[in-house]
Design a protein around this ligand. Structure first.
Ligand SMILES: Nc1ncnc2c1ncn2[C@@H]1O[C@H](COP(=O)(O)OP(=O)(O)O)[C@@H](O)[C@H]1O
Ligand SMILES: [Mg+2]
Length: 283
């Protein structure tokens, strides 16, 4: 069963933001746990601890947060970070209108006021001076200072900060500052085991068992190409895309070329190696 999803774009900040309200545990989006991450997150939420989700792209971090927000019946505010993201994009800004100047809260401020779970996706992409605005929210103060209005807002009960971070993308300059890192508890994510991945791909795509198992086995072989220079290996997300195409009637090899092989590389040698593995998996 899917949770009603209100997705919209904040025209002001260009931040994609999604809020869910009033969902219950039964209606939470499907999430297959790897270990004790659900109870760790529940305890972190209860004790008002900020959480950092570490792991490669497409391995379930966003789905986990969506699931937890629904389980905990908290609204979710989702912010995709990028290197142009300014503090005012998070906190808010004055808008000039013909009837005067009005203050408009940014998504972080709205989350703080409403007691939402605020998820900063790919937080390392944001500039350091932007990341600093979250510091006072992650310690005992639990306040957000809005310099421009002079306001200091105490976070409503239930407010929780969650960030995601891909250590594989770690670059010296873009690494998180130690003073920021130490404000979070961390939960590690990785690609699921073959058995778990098959359950996830099957659930998300509706493809038959044989197709799902062939895709998961193919993924393991493709992930082995990392040593041969494949920078981005296929995530569970790409397998689901291929499985959906196959379930919709596309020939398996074509589905894999289009949904897995081509998105991952432009390098002719790697593309040929990946196509060979596809051809061997789907005869
Ligand atoms: N443990 C899991 N349980 C359920 N679905 C998962 C899981 N891991 C991955 N998925 C599926 O893979 C897709 C991509 O995961 P996502 O959460 O968007 O990755 P990330 O945020 O880590 O980049 C999800 O939309 C979901 O369909
Ligand atoms: Mg994500």
């Amino acid at each position: 069963m899917t949770v009603p999803d209100e997705a919209r774009l904040d025209p002001l900040a260009g931040i994609s933001l999604r809020e869910r309200r009033g969902a219950s545990a039964e209606r939470a989006p499907f999430y297959l746990p790897a270990g004790d991450e659900i109870s760790i997150f529940e305890q972190a939420h209860r004790h008002q601890l900020a959480v950092m989700l570490k792991g490669p792209t497409g391995c379930g971090k966003t789905r986990f947060v969506e699931h937890m927000a629904a389980r905990l019946a908290r609204p979710l505010v989702l912010i995709s970070c990028h290197d142009d993201l300014a503090a005012s994009d998070l906190v808010g800004r004055y808008l000039i209108r013909n009837d005067g100047t009005v203050w408009q809260d940014g998504p972080l401020t709205r989350a703080v006021r409403s007691g939402a779970i605020c998820y900063l996706d790919e937080v390392v992409e944001a500039r350091q001076d932007t990341v600093v605005v979250i510091h006072s929210l992650t310690d005992h103060r639990r306040t957000l200072a809005i310099d421009k209005t002079g306001e200091s807002i105490e976070a409503a009960a239930g407010f929780q900060l969650v960030v995601s971070y891909n250590p594989g993308y770690q670059r010296m300059l873009k690494d998180l500052k130690p003073s920021t890192r130490q404000r979070f508890i961390a939960i590690d994510f990785d690609f699921p085991s073959a058995e778990r991945e098959a359950r996830i791909v099957g659930h998300e795509s509706g493809a038959d068992g044989a197709t799902v198992h062939a895709l998961v086995a193919l993924a393991a072989r493709l992930r082995g190409l990392q040593d041969r220079g494949l920078a981005e290996v296929p995530s569970t997300r790409l397998l689901i895309a291929a499985a959906r195409l196959i379930a919709g009637g596309i020939a398996p090899r074509s589905a894999c070329y289009n949904a897995i092989v081509s998105p991952l590389s432009d390098d002719p040698t790697l593309l040929a190696a990946m196509r060979d593995l596809v051809d061997a998996s789907f005869v």
